[in-house]
Structure formats: structure tokens, C-alpha cells
Design a protein around this ligand. Structure first.
Ligand SMILES: Cc1cc2nc3c(=O)[nH]c(=O)nc-3n(C[C@H](O)[C@H](O)[C@H](O)COP(=O)(O)OP(=O)(O)OC[C@H]3O[C@@H](n4cnc5c(N)ncnc54)[C@H](O)[C@@H]3O)c2cc1C
Length: 489
């Protein structure tokens, strides 16, 4: 048998990469490959078969075509900050990393748009236009490091997406490499089916974005931030509903419960009002007159809902001090628990009190503590399920509680993910939310783009291999948070 025939498909493909990429853009050294073995959900790990660092759409397309020829799967990776294992590599596949594609191609202020390569970080877009009074609105708290390509794939959100919308509301067009290796442009202005809409949030399963046109927003004239303290989470929840019912859409409304406040206090001494059962951070922005008018309404509503203390930031420093406790909350939980699961679910805003009561019942039933931190305005919960893995059975109970919380979200008309995506981690929960027919229909969309299933296989949709897998647990703060590169909301 000729030597070539003994090689695996991946080895044959790797041998041909030299024809389409410079030598330093192909990584096969086992030690260097391990750098890429997980994303932000470090619980799931796999060493990629080979890593490529293409510089431009043509090189991405050439690699994807080789994958097609050899029947080898490929996974796109931006900055690897995803929290659902979406960029988890394949040991039998190619990991296509966009870190060399970091050019801001065009800034077009008159038309309020910018064209960027996928490896550009979220914050770099704002930094490029800030001097001109503009910014890129979606603000995941990983924005210093996460890539815009990853944001598109996850349809990422952030604290200020309540008023301004998620990534899907700020992407006007994308150049993508299809799983066949063609380079095509998808635009919000296309007639016919909204293929750009289908691509955004598709978690790397419909192709690889190689250029993205984003909307630029005008920086607001005024910003006001206030902190309101309540004795109970129900009172805080009532204030949230009343604010929205009054027709005010704040830039952000964030809530923390007593356990999350305790953790933040232990970690960063945020000095939130003593005895608070819940705090709300409300931020208003826009034209000065509108902000002043809305602020009066929000303050009145908070008092009417039982706020026993309201603090208003009078300076940028005071604003940062209010946000400090909220922004530190995830990492801070490491101060009060050796390990925790970061959950991400979403429910209609009006269902928040019932879902929180349900989480309380789960805590009692399983003897597991849950700290609640959430984007209250859009019903996006991030319950932190605390456990001590040195106590026999506690990790297992925490996993059950974590899954039951998602059941609660589904029962109340919500979803298993608000912003972190399905990835590999939550694929097994998809059948709890969708019927077999629903999932088959989604597969038809996937197959229309990728009939051979080579683009990020094993993600989003459940396969038998994923049964019995456990959600990711975190011990201590995320490394990006510890490095001061990201805040976790
Ligand atoms: C500390 C911390 C805080 C976070 N805060 C938030 C938050 O506030 N809001 C939020 O929504 N998320 C948050 N995240 C999650 C994460 O940052 C986002 O999901 C982000 O969009 C991922 O970007 P990335 O470049 O790291 O993507 P990766 O992790 O590299 O990849 C994520 C997914 O995108 C796909 N992908 C990557 N690039 C491309 C491309 N060019 N084309 C097609 N598919 C691609 C990958 O295959 C994978 O499925 C946080 C994460 C951390 C660690």
C-alpha cells in the first residue's frame, strides 16, 4: 500500500496546507496545539488536530475547501472566550483561528458604519470611532478581548443591550466563507430570505465570517446611574416591571440578590446599602433633558416599590463605584464558595418573580445555594449555583439544580440561553425546549448551508455522544477576569 494511503484524512489535508498558507500559519506542534484545547468553558477540552491562522478570506476559503475535499470537520475560533464550548476543537479536525484578521477595513461616519475583519475585538471598534463621538453598542463584558466574529456567531449581548439590542441589531452585512469554500456576501438589504439573520447566532455551524459591517451609534449626550436598595428581590422585581410599564427603557437595569451582594462586598467592598435583600443598578442615557425627565420617574417608581435607599452617581468615579459591585459579582462568588456553575437562561420579564421563587424552592430542596445576578430588564438570569466539590454528592446536586433552573425558564416561556449560546454544553437541553420536528427543521437550515455537516459538528444540536455530559463548573474567577481583561456580568 503506498504510504499516502496509510495517512488519515486529516494528515493528508495537513500535508496540503503548505500550498495555501505560509508555514507560520499552520500549527501542528502538540504543545502549541494545547493552547487551543478549550474556550472560556474550560470544563470541555479537546486538542485540535491542526490549527491554522489564516490572514484573509481567500486563505480561510482555501482551508475550508481542503476540508471539504478530505471530508475533515472544521471549527472557527475567535478569541476563545465563549462560555458554552462553541469553539471546542475537534481532535480529527481543523481549528480555524481568526486572530490574524484584525484590520479595521473602513470607517464610514456619514453612513454610520464600519467594516471590520472578524478577529477585531468588540472594544477596538468603539476605540476607533470614540473621538468622533460614536461607539459600537453591544457591550459583552468580555469586550476587551472577545472578537466581533465570535459576537456574530453567538449573537452576543451585554448590560446595555436592553435599550439598544443585541449583535443582530447592529450587523448590517457579513462576508462569509460557506462550508463549500465559497466567499459570499450576506446583507440586511438583501431581498428574499434573511440569510444574514440566520447566520447571526448560528455558532459557527453555517460558515465563517471573514468581514463584518457593523452599525455605529452616536454616543449619548448624558448618562445617569443610580443604585436602589430593596429589602427583598420581589420589591426590586416590582420596580423593574413598573419602570418598563411607565414607558422608560433604561440603557441597563441590573439586579443582584443578597447572596450576590454578600460576595461582591467580600471581594471588592462595594459598600452597597447594609441589609439590602436586592439592589438594582439602573442606567439612563440619551439627550440630557430626556434623561433628567426619566430619572425623576425612575426614582419615584423605586421609592414607591419600597426602595429604602437610592444613590445617584454625581461623577464618573461614583458611577464606576456603583458598577464595581455589579461587575465583580461573578468572580466575587469565588470568595464565598469553592466552586460554582454559571447558568444562563432567559424568561419574560413578568415571569421573573415566579422563576426566582422556583429557584428558592430548588435551593431548599437540594440544600444548594444560588446567587442571583441578572440583566433584569430583559429577563436574562445568570444564577450562580454554588457548591463544594470536596463534599460528596454536592457537585451532582448542583448540576441537577442548574438543569432544573433551565426547566423553570422553559416552563415560564423562556429559553435555555440568554446570551452565552448552546455550543456543546447545552446541546443536550435542546430537546427539552424543542420537539423532534423543531430540531429537524433547524437541521434543514443547517443542511442548506452545510449538507456534509463539516462546519462545527457536535454543537448546538444534541447527539448521543453528549448525553450525560455535565455543565461546566468554575473554580474561582475566570482567568480573563483575574487578568483584568474582562468583567463577567
Ligand atoms: C469573563 C467573560 C464575560 C463574558 N460576558 C459576556 C456578556 O456579557 N455577554 C455575552 O453575550 N457573552 C459574554 N461572554 C461570552 C463570550 O465572550 C461571547 O460569547 C463572545 O461573543 C465570544 O467571542 P470569541 O471571539 O471569544 O468567540 P469564540 O469563543 O472563539 O467562539 C465562539 C463561537 O463563535 C464561533 N466563531 C468564532 N469566530 C467566528 C467567525 N469568524 N465566524 C463564524 N463563527 C465564529 C465559534 O465557532 C464558536 O462557536 C463572556 C465571556 C467571559 C469569559
Amino acid at each position: 500500500m503506498p504510504e499516502l494511503e496509510k495517512l488519515t484524512a486529516l494528515e493528508r489535508l495537513t500535508a496540503r496546507l503548505a500550498a495555501v498558507l505560509p508555514p507560520d500559519a499552520v500549527i501542528t506542534d502538540p504543545v502549541r496545539l494545547r493552547t487551543y484545547e478549550c474556550d472560556g468553558l474550560t470544563y470541555h477540552r479537546a486538542t485540535p488536530g491542526v490549527v491554522v491562522l489564516p490572514d484573509g478570506a481567500e486563505q480561510v476559503a482555501a482551508v475550508v475547501r481542503l476540508c471539504g475535499e478530505h471530508g475533515v470537520p472544521f471549527v472557527a475560533r475567535g478569541s476563545g472566550t465563549g462560555l458554552s464550548g462553541g469553539a471546542l476543537p475537534r481532535t480529527d479536525g481543523v481549528l480555524i483561528v481568526t486572530s490574524r484578521m484584525r484590520r479595521i477595513v473602513e470607517i464610514d461616519i456619514p453612513n454610520r458604519r464600519a467594516v471590520v475583519e472578524p478577529g477585531v475585538t468588540n472594544l477596538a471598534i468603539t476605540e476607533a470611532v470614540r473621538d468622533q463621538g460614536y461607539y459600537y453598542a453591544p457591550d459583552p463584558s468580555s469586550q476587551q478581548v472577545c472578537s466581533i466574529g465570535g459576537n456574530v456567531a453567538e449573537n452576543s449581548g451585554g448590560a446595555h443591550c436592553l435599550k439598544y439590542g443585541f449583535t443582530v441589531n447592529h450587523v448590517l452585512a457579513a462576508e462569509i466563507v460557506t462550508p463549500d469554500g465559497d466567499i459570499v456576501e450576506l446583507s440586511a438589504m438583501d431581498a428574499g430570505y434573511d440569510l444574514l439573520g440566520a447566520f447571526i447566532g448560528s455558532e459557527g455551524t453555517l460558515g465563517i465570517a471573514t468581514k463584518i459591517t457593523v452599525r455605529l451609534s452616536r454616543a449619548p449626550e448624558a448618562v445617569t446611574t443610580l443604585l436602589a436598595a430593596f429589602t427583598s428581590i420581589e420589591a426590586g422585581g416590582h420596580a423593574v416591571s413598573a419602570i418598563i410599564a411607565a414607558g422608560v427603557v433604561p440603557a441597563a437595569i441590573e439586579m443582584m440578590d443578597a447572596l450576590a451582594i454578600e460576595a461582591a462586598e467580600a471581594a471588592v467592598h462595594c459598600r452597597y446599602p447594609a441589609g439590602a435583600g436586592a439592589v438594582l443598578v439602573v442606567e439612563l442615557d440619551g439627550p440630557r433633558a430626556e434623561v433628567e425627565h426619566q430619572f425623576a420617574a425612575v426614582e419615584r417608581i423605586c421609592r414607591d416599590s419600597g426602595a429604602f435607599e437610592i444613590r445617584v452617581a454625581a461623577s464618573a468615579e461614583e458611577r464606576a463605584a456603583i458598577w464595581k459591585g455589579r461587575k465583580s459579582a461573578f468572580a466575587a462568588v469565588g470568595r464565598i464558595s469553592p466552586a460554582y456553575i454559571v447558568q444562563d437562561g432567559v424568561v419574560p420579564r413578568t415571569a421573573l418573580p415566579r422563576v426566582l421563587a422556583g429557584i428558592d424552592r430548588l435551593q431548599e430542596e437540594f440544600g444548594i445555594r444560588v446567587a442571583n445576578v441578572f440583566h433584569a430588564g430583559d429577563g436574562n438570569l445568570h444564577p450562580l449555583v454554588l457548591f463544594d466539590d470536596s463534599v460528596p454528592g454536592e457537585a451532582e446536586r448542583a448540576e441537577i439544580v442548574s438543569g432544573r433552573i433551565l426547566d423553570l425558564c422553559i416552563e415560564h416561556g423562556g429559553s435555555i440561553t440568554g446570551e452565552h449560546g448552546v455550543g456543546v454544553d447545552k446541546a443536550r437541553y435542546m430537546p427539552r425546549m424543542f420537539t423532534g420536528d423543531d430540531l429537524d427543521t433547524m437541521q434543514l437550515v443547517r443542511c442548506a448551508f452545510d449538507p456534509r455537516g463539516l462546519a462545527n459538528p457536535g454543537k448546538v444540536f444534541p447527539t448521543p455522544r453528549l448525553c450525560g455530559e455535565v455543565p461546566g463548573v468554575r473554580k474561582g474567577a475566570h482567568p480573563l477576569v483575574e487578568a483584568g481583561l474582562a468583567e463577567q456580568f
